[in-house]
Design a protein around this ligand. Structure first.
Ligand code: UGA
Length: 437
């Protein structure tokens, strides 16, 4: 059995590496020549813990990486994992996936193969039935469900946990018609992931499950962020104790209750916008989702108001940002709240120095020489008048009085409450912590 994986981003490359390292015969397709070359040489084009190691194992087995679709015709299972980026109006842009589907169709035309095509890319309900299926049926002059399989198979992996989540997903969703292809798909996943629940449903429901998950996660974050803003007005209140107690209620669960500067990344903000847009266009006013998004958009104001109160006019004030990646253990800065913060502070003419253990190069691509890049944490704090901890990198837990000694004003804003238990000779503010009177 040959498996083709189209698009080698976080989802595609993780699946490619995990399957090939297990010995499956995998063909990975990435059209970007630079990325493709790196992957062929066993280097991942982005930082993801543990991924390079299993990619290399896969490459020593049967894994083939190509930057064209010609070999896709030999594949029995084809996973489409290309991006569906955001359009300016909040809709998702389907051009990349339409192109990929159309090219897969063209390449399958001549082959006698009847593959199953799995759509892992995040698409709004109705896209598979109304957009993807017609392209394939027309190109192939064949019927989905009868001559080839087409199944929605949304992905739930988290960046920085991609390998683990790919090896041990919490659920497998298979959306589509109940055909021989669905039976085959179920067998494949039962073998790959014994004991993991498989939910079989139709296309639209499977597509919606993905948005349901991500919008609920965003809701949890905005909920705890709103509570944390309230806590800041209650002397001595501590959002982490509240989240911990709430999390012990099995009906609530402890995950995604970590208050901070707001959710970022390439998924939650985009998927929230797409779902809001989809609801509006379906005639449903998404009141709750709008509020979740609004809370997220305003969360940075919490930080900016503390800085302004303490530093006054920000022009030429030296501010250090610790962490620009959208979360720890990744170099991804897409839709990172820290990047937003830097943009806002630059508008106020502040002088910014940043530190990040992995995301410096990506940050340089955006800000070039408009900001400074610290060589070490201490270097980035030197002569600074304010430091803001944005990303929960482990390294920042170790910060101590010696590190802050070199600051000209010792103002620390800890968006992740990493230093809360330390005795520090600094003026300390934390999101979600009510200042004692
Ligand atoms: C998210 C989902 O968690 C995955 O299940 C999903 O597959 C993925 O999107 C996707 O759609 O591809 P990811 O974007 O990797 O995964 O990041 P998350 O771990 O969800 O974090 C998103 C943001 O929320 C980060 O900025 C993080 O700092 C923030 N966050 C998360 C909080 O502020 N508090 C929390 O308690 C959890």
């Amino acid at each position: 059995m040959k498996i083709g994986i189209v698009g080698l981003g976080f989802v595609g490359l993780s699946l490619t590496s995990v399957l090939s390292s297990k010995g499956y015969d995998v063909l990975g397709i990435e059209l970007d020549e630079k990325k493709c070359k790196k992957i062929i040489n066993g280097t991942t084009p982005f930082f993801e813990p543990g991924l390079e190691k299993i990619l290399k194992i896969g490459l020593k087995k049967k894994l083939k990486i190509k930057n064209n679709f010609s070999l896709i015709k030999n594949c029995d299972l084809i996973f489409v994992t290309v991006g569906t980026p955001q359009n300016v109006n909040g809709e998702i842009d389907l051009s990349i996936i339409k192109n990929a589907i159309s090219t897969i169709g063209t390449n399958l035309q001549e082959s006698g193969n009847n593959p199953i095509i799995f759509i892992k890319s995040t698409v709004v309900p109705g896209t598979i039935e109304n957009v993807i299926l017609p392209i394939l049926e027309k190109k192939l002059n064949k019927k989905a469900g009868k001559d080839f399989g087409l199944i929605s198979n949304p992905e739930f992996l988290q960046e920085s946990n991609a390998v683990k989540n790919t090896k041990f997903p919490h659920v497998i969703i298979l959306g589509g018609h109940q055909t021989k292809f669905m039976i085959k798909a179920k067998k494949f996943f039962e073998k790959l992931h014994p004991n993991i629940p498989i939910t079989i449903t139709n296309y639209q429901t499977a597509e919606m499950i993905k948005y349901a998950n991500n919008s609920f996660l965003a809701t949890k974050i905005s909920f705890i962020n709103q509570l944390s803003n309230i806590c800041q007005k209650i002397p001595g209140a501590n959002i982490d104790d509240i989240a911990k107690a709430m999390g012990l209620d099995p009906r609530i669960g402890k995950l995604f209750l970590n208050a901070g500067p707001g959710y970022g990344g390439s998924c939650l903000p985009k998927d929230m916008k797409a779902l809001i847009n989809f609801a509006n266009s379906s005639g449903i006013k998404p009141t709750l989702l709008n509020a979740v998004e609004e809370i997220n958009n305003k969360q940075l104001e919490q930080i900016i108001s503390i800085i302004k109160e303490k530093l006054g006019d920000l022009s030429l004030k030296r501010i250090t940002i610790l962490g620009t990646s959208f979360k720890p253990n990744t170099d991804d800065i897409r839709d990172s709240i820290a990047v937003e913060l830097i943009k806002k502070l630059l508008k106020k003419k502040a002088k910014i120095t940043i530190h990040d253990p992995k995301a410096i190069n990506n940050t340089k691509n955006i800000f070039k020489n408009k900001i400074n890049y610290g060589k070490s944490i201490r270097d980035s704090l030197s002569k600074s008048q304010c430091v803001i901890i944005m990303t929960q990198w482990k390294q920042y837990e170790k910060l101590n009085n010696n590190d802050f000694n070199y600051m000209t004003k010792k103002l620390v804003i800890d968006c992740r409450r990493m230093l809360i238990k330390k005795e520090l000779n600094v003026e300390y503010y934390a999101i979600g912590l009510g200042k004692e009177k």
